[in-house]
Design a protein. Sequence first.
Length: 155
Amino acid sequence: MVAIAAAAPVSVQCLSARFIENGAGTYTATFNLPPNAVLYDIVATAEALWTAGTSAALVVGNADDVDGYIASTDLKATDLTLLQSISIGGGTLTAGGKGGADAIVGTNTHIVDKWYSATLPYVITATVTSVGAGTAGRTRVDVLFTVGNPTSVTQ
């Protein structure tokens, strides 16, 4: 017997946050993925370099690992340069940025922790820590995911 079923349509959704430099401190954005979400990508884009006196760094992770998706990435110039984006979705990070423990880069590239509970929401957190005054920096973080109820196929 051959099982045939039509696949259920799903759409890609995006949660987005823009970090706007306004002096030294910690800036935090939370992205609440609904139940049944499957993480597709996390993209960070440097819209304007940060001008903090000492440092400005971005990390993206979850409650288990604060930098699990994107490890400490310099927003002043070296890791994420002007108008450059980094992405974890392709399995291989694009130029700049640093992959976290959940974004494995190597021969077998993949993202760990892509599937989440059918009943519980999942929270991804992006944090910028800025040391020293500055007001020019702009960094956008987009979290792309799908939500749907897949078609069950049985024989």
